[in-house]
Design a protein around this ligand. Structure first.
Ligand code: 13P
Ligand code: SF4
Length: 317
């Protein structure tokens, strides 16, 4: 891959080769989420969902973890493996769920429900993790909810769509923080119905961050890794994918004979692509490995508090 950069020093570099060279030189591992652009997935050592990447970050013995994902994912890697240098290609790669749930507001909310248990979706800041009793991802959320004693009131933050889906699936009454993912709220029910009419044999598969009326149309609901497995193993040959379209790269590799149709957003835009995930580019991956910057750092006191609910989740996963 040529960089195509405006920077004359980078323009002539073969970024794939340079990234491979730097990985060896730095003893680095690249962890990439399924929503990263295909060029980044192709240079990664591990491509996965947020649970798989957290587990990989915990286990790795590499000196450097380059996290090609968003900020909360890199924080998770640092929480679990503080000895490593954790690099983020672009520090501005946030997440609407994490950004919409500041720790001070979460604390005020928790204070209204004394004696309750807080489960926070991993898409939240380290400060919010530190205030939570359990963390979950979309892969293990049902298991975590089911592990809480029946007499306990559960507060679930920050994704109301995942929370509502979990209430339906587990039968547990939970109080929901009113946050959402800007990407999963852009999908158009009207266009999804039109696609299904055009492709009557296609199965609709959706991430639980989608709104309730979209999930109601889905044949299967699951985390990114569960959607991949479903497309790979199900007998249908055509799937309409209602999540960030970066996943299609890995899905097409795992399910080569299948037709994969990304669900469209309501407007004529690319707003079904996560703007935060897409801040990362192969060029920024290269620069981060070259300069060992930007680096994710975290106060030890915060890390230790945030690790407690993470460890509880990993023990149950
Ligand atoms: P997964 O846990 O399915 O990887 O989802 C992460 C995410 O950010 C979805 O928007
Ligand atoms: Fe956050 Fe949504 Fe982007 Fe996932 S897709 S990182 S939940 S903004």
């Amino acid at each position: 891959m040529q960089s195509g950069s405006a920077d004359p020093h980078l323009a002539d570099l073969d970024l794939d080769l340079e990234i491979e060279r730097l990985k060896k030189e730095r003893n680095a591992v690249i962890l990439a989420h399924y929503y990263q652009e295909s060029e980044i997935q192709d240079v990664a050592d591990i491509v996965g969902d947020s649970l798989q990447l957290a587990q990989a970050a915990q286990k790795t013995e590499a000196d450097v973890i380059l996290f090609a994902g968003v900020h909360f994912m890199a924080e998770t890697a640092k929480i679990l493996n503080p000895e490593r240098v954790v690099l983020v290609p672009d520090m501005a790669a946030g997440c609407s769920l994490a950004d919409g749930c500041p720790a001070d507001r979460l604390r005020a909310w928790q204070a209204r429900y004394p004696g309750s248990v807080t489960i926070s979706y991993i898409n939240c800041s380290a400060e919010v993790k530190a205030e939570s009793d359990y963390i979950c991802t979309s892969s293990n959320a049902k298991t975590i909810v089911n592990a809480i004693p029946a007499d306990k009131q559960i507060l679930f933050a920050p994704d109301k769509n995942l929370g509502r889906y979990l209430i339906k699936e587990t039968g547990r009454d939970m109080v929901l923080w009113q946050g959402s993912c800007i990407v999963h709220e852009t999908f158009s029910a009207r266009k999804l119905i039109a696609l299904k009419i055009e492709n009557p044999d296609a199965k609709i598969i959706a991430h639980p961050e989608c709104e309730e009326h979209l999930l109601a149309m889905a044949d299967f609901v699951g985390s990114t890794s569960a959607l991949l497995k479903f497309a790979q193993n199900d007998s249908a040959t055509t799937f309409i994918i209602v999540t960030e379209p970066g996943i299609l790269h890995s899905m097409q590799k795992l399910a080569p004979g299948k037709t994969l149709i990304p669900a469209p957003p309501e407007a004529n835009c690319a707003c079904n692509e996560c703007p935060f995930m897409r801040l990362n580019t192969p060029e920024k991956v290269y620069l981060a490995l070259r300069d060992l910057e930007p680096r994710l750092e975290m106060p030890e006191e915060l890390r230790l508090r945030a690790k407690i609910p993470m460890d509880r989740m990993l023990a149950l996963s």
